[in-house]
Design a protein around this ligand. Sequence first.
Ligand code: GAL
Length: 717
Amino acid sequence: MSGYPALPEGIAYGGDYNPEQWPEEVWREDVRLMREAGVNLVSLGVFNWSMLEPAEGVYDFDRLDRIVELLHSWGIMINLATPTSSPPTWFRTAHPGARLVDREGHVIAGGTRHSFCPSSPEYATASQRLAERLAERYAGHPAIAMWHVHNEYGWANARCYCETSAEAFRDWLRERHGDVAALNAAWGTTFWGLTYGSFEEVEPPRLALPGQLTALQLDYARFSVEAHIANFRRERDTIRRFGDQPVTTNFMIANCVAMDYWRWADEVDVVSNDHYLEAVRAENHIELAMAADLTRSVAGGRPWMLMEHSTGAVNWQPRNLAKRPGEMRRNSLAHVARGSDSVLFFQWRASRHGAEKFHSAMLPHAGTDSDLWRDVVALGAGLRGLAGLRGSRVEAEVALVWDWESFWALELEWRPSVDLRFRERMEAYYEALWREHVTVDFARPGDDLSAYRMVVVPSSYLLTEAAGKNLRRYVEAGGHLVVSYFSGIVDENDAVHPGAPPGALRDVLGLTVEEFHPLPENGTVPVGDDGLTGRIWSERVRLAGARAVHAFTGGPDAGHPAVTRHELGAGTAWYVATALDPSPDRAPGVPEGFRDLDRAPGAGVPEGRRDPGDPGDPGDPGDLGGPAGDTGTGAERDLRALLRAVLDLAGVSRPRGLPDTLELVRRGRHLFLINHGEEPVTVPEVSGTGMLDGAAYTGSATVPAGGVTVVEPAGDA
Ligand code: GAL
C-alpha cells in the first residue's frame, strides 16, 4: 500500500470530471466554478480512452496535458483515471474475440461501456499498455493525488461466458481443486450422475435446464471475481512502477452482488465506493448508512472515500425522483460520519449527450442560478469546517456478519423459498439496530470477533465448519450472538453439512432443526403471547441445550420454539426461527432488482465489559420488552425489542429516548446528529462547538428538521 492520498485540504470535495465532452472554453468556466464551489479533487478522464488512443497504438495526450495543467494552475488536485472500463470502438473491431458473451450465448453489442470479456488477453494487453503510457507521463506530476483505475469492475460485465472465459475457468479449477476427482467430490457430481471425466469437460454455467450444479455456479462466481481482480492488479502494478501515489478503484459495495469486496479490499491502497439511493424507497437513508458502514468495514476500519453519489436524481431508475431539500447535504454528511474522507459526485457538469444527460450533476443544465448549485457551494463551504475529521475512525461495539459467497449461494435456484433473500434479513437487522442508534461494523464469519460485544448473523446460509467454530469460540469467550434462520446450512460447495441443520451452528445454538416450513406468499405466523408476527419462515426447532424464549403460537410449528437462547461458556447465543420485522407493521424494503446486475446465481473489549451484570442488564433477557425503565409498547415487541434485550445484556452503549428519525454517529471525538425527521430534535448531554456553523452547545443541541449538526466536544470530552 502506498499510503493515503495527499490532498491539499481536509475532506476531498468534487466529482467525476469529463472535459473531453466539452470545448476548451467550457473548461475555463469549469475550473473557475470548481473553485467557487470549494472543489479540491476531481476524478479525471474516467471514459476518455478513445481521446487518448484514437487508433490502436496511436496516442494523443495533448488535450489531457492541457486539462491537467489547467486544473493544476487552479490548485485542483487530480484523481487520474485509467479509462479502461470503456474500450474504444476500434478495440471491438480489431479484437472480436474480446467481446462479452452472456449466459444465453449472445455476443453483447457495442455502443456502450463495459462490453468486453474480463478474461480476454487482448483486453489485458491493451489496457495495460494504456495504463503504462498514462503512468509514465503523469505519475510525476504534482497535481496527481491518486489513481482511479478503471470504473466499477463488474458493473455490467461481471461474468462472461465465452470460450476464452471457459478456458480460463478450467485453469482456475485445476488450481483450486488439483485433479478432476477432487472437483467431482467437492461438487457432489454423483448427484444426477453429472461426473466429469476431465477438466476439459467442464463448461461455464451457461444457460441450462433447471437444476444446474450449484457448486459449479458458485465456483464460476469466485473465478469471475478473480478475473476482474487480475485486470486491476495488472494496471495497478504498472502504475506503481512510475510513482507512489495511492491506487484505488471505485467499488459498488451495496449495489453490486457479483463482486466479493472482502477479496477486493486487500488490492487497493484506499477503499473507495460509489453509492446511489433507490429514490422511491422510504427512509432510504438507512440503506445509505448500511452501505457506508459496510464500506468502512471492508476498508478494515480505515477511512475510505465516497467516490460517487448524486446531487439529485439519477437517470437509471424507473422514476428518477429528485432529492428533497437538504437531502444531498444529509446524505453527504452521513457518509462522512461513517468514515468517508471525501464527498465526490458523479459528475461535475451535466452531460449534453449520451445515456446520462438526465442524471444530476454538481453543475446542472440550469447553471449556477439554481438551488442545486447554491446547495453544492454551501456544502463545499461546510466541508471546509470538517477538515479536522480527516483520518479519524468510527468505533462499533456490534458486528453484523456479511459474506458475499453466502449471498450468491442463497439466491441460486431451488431453495426452500424464493422469499429467502440475503438483503431482506440483512436490512431488517441493520434497520433495527440503526433505530436503536447503534453503529455497527460488518465482519466476515471467520474474522476475529472478540472486539465486539454483540455479533449478529442475519443471513449466513453458506457457513464453513471453521467459521461455525469461530462463532462458537466467540460465544464461549463471553460474546453475545444472534443468528437468524437458514444460517449455517451448507459448506463452501453448497453441500448440506452432515446431520441435522444448522450443521455449522448446532453446537453454538444448542438446537437442531427437524424440518423447514416456509410460509406461503405474504403468509404470517404468530409468535409468543405479545402479538409478535413472523413472516417468510417457520421451522421445527428441537432444543439441545438452548431454551425457548418464545414459541410459535400458530402455524405449522405451533407450540415449538421460535426464539431461543443458549448459554455457552461465558456468552449467549440467540436464535430467531422466523422473520421478525424491525419496526411495527413494517417489513424492510427488498431492493427488487435494484442494480442487481448479475444476480448470482478495533480495539479489544476488555473481558469485564461483556459482563451481563453491566448497567443495562435487562434482568430476564427472555423478556423482550426491553430494560426496566424503557417504555416499550406492545407494538414495539418486534425484532427491535428482541435486539434491545440482547444489546442490554451485552452492555452495548447507546443513547436512549431519542426519536428513530435521528441518526447519531460518533467519528473520532466528533458527534454527528442528522435529523431525517420533520420535527426539530433536542439531544441532551451535548457540549462543544458546532463544526458546520460555529454554534456553541452547552448541555444540549437542537437539530432542526432535516438538519445536520456536527459537534466537536469541548476539551477532552
Ligand atoms: C455509476 C458509474 C458512473 C455513472 C453513475 C450514474 O455506476 O460509475 O460512471 O454512470 O453510475 O449514476
